[in-house]
Design a protein around this ligand. Structure first.
Ligand SMILES: Nc1ncnc2c1ncn2[C@@H]1O[C@H](COP(=O)(O)OP(=O)(O)OP(=O)(O)O)[C@@H](O)[C@H]1O
Length: 304
């Protein structure tokens, strides 16, 4: 444990945010989470953050580089490594079975099972974490042999093919090796792996940033479609605020480790409440153009 961060008033939200929340079911709740990097001097990267993600929603995390987005995301999925220290707070996963899981209390085997199965993560460099000397097939099947040891091999293979199809990669690519695939394809394979166990939550930290715009769009379209199909919730992190406005149901704006505004994407764009949100919006000239062009309509076709 280290020094606790100063408590703030919490994010500013409009009354319409309350209305939005009606009828939604929480899937992941963070309460008063503080995360420090125990370096000299210590960095208070996340300060008393409370946030609820609901079933099927896309929650965007916005904020400038270094504000703590990735640290929070890694904390939610217990992927922090020293010198990061989750100093205080609670993270609860509300499983579809009705059981609540104390995420911070998990360790060893239970933590291993929880990750990928309940929450999976796709990050910016994910495509580079494919093993270069093992075929795509082996890597996809490994997910099943590890987490679904009872599954017949024939079914594993069928699932692996289906997963590739879902993310827009020709299933004949199963026998390929990472170096034989383009960056976009590799990132799609990583998304397929993250989807393999049908998690209830996916955390996506700049999942397409390294890719060119056309490939990015294609992948995002797939993610939106799959979300409609499987109903998983997404925490989506990107520097690309116009994109975030387009795909998110709600957006949390982070500033220096705190969430300063939490509103629906439409409200955030139309009626930004916090001075920092206004500055952030103003820093994207494209957003000052035809208003409304970036707002989700509730239709997946919104992602052009
Ligand atoms: N390993 C580390 N050791 C010390 N400080 C760190 C470490 N990793 C991150 N930090 C600090 O923690 C703070 C939050 O960083 P974090 O990477 O979470 O921000 P971010 O909003 O995700 O930024 P980016 O958008 O650039 O990824 C920053 O001040 C950063 O310098």
């Amino acid at each position: 444990m280290s020094a606790t961060a100063t408590r703030s008033a919490g994010p500013v939200s409009l009354p319409s945010h309350e209305t939005y929340l009606k009828g939604l079911t929480p899937v992941l709740t963070a309460t008063d989470v503080s995360i420090d990097y125990l370096v000299d001097p210590p960095v208070h990267a996340v300060k008393n953050v409370s946030l609820t993600l609901h079933r099927g929603e896309i929650l965007g995390l916005a904020g400038e580089s270094g504000c703590g987005k990735s640290t929070l995301a890694y904390g939610l999925n217990r992927l922090l490594k020293p010198p990061a220290d989750l100093a205080s707070g609670a993270v609860t996963f509300h499983d579809e079975s009705g059981t609540d899981i104390d995420v911070l209390g998990l360790s060893g085997e239970s933590l291993r099972v929880f990750r990928w199965d309940k929450i999976s993560m796709v990050f910016q460099g994910a495509m580079n974490s494919l093993n270069p000397v093992i075929s795509v097939k082996r890597q996809l099947l490994d997910v099943f042999t590890t987490h679904r040891p009872g599954m017949p091999r024939k079914q594993m293979l069928a699932e692996a093919r289906e997963l590739l199809r879902m993310v827009g990669v020709d299933p004949n690519r199963l026998d390929s090796f990472a170096h034989e695939l383009s960056g976009g394809m590799r990132q799609r394979v990583m998304i397929a792996m993250a989807l393999a166990l049908r998690p209830q939550v996916m955390i996506m930290d700049e999942p397409t940033t390294a890719l060119d715009v056309v490939v990015q769009r294609g992948i995002l379209r797939e993610i939106m479609r799959l979300r409609e199909q499987f109903g998983f919730a997404v925490v989506f992190i990107t520097h690309d605020l116009p994109l975030l406005l387009e795909i998110s149901d709600r957006i949390a704006v982070m500033l220096q480790g705190e969430i300063v505004e939490l509103n629906t994407a439409a409200d955030l764009y139309e009626r930004p409440q916090h001075e920092y949100t206004r500055r952030l919006l103003a820093s994207f000239p494209s957003l000052t153009g035809d208003r409304g062009a970036f707002i989700r309509t509730g239709e997946t076709e919104g992602v052009a």
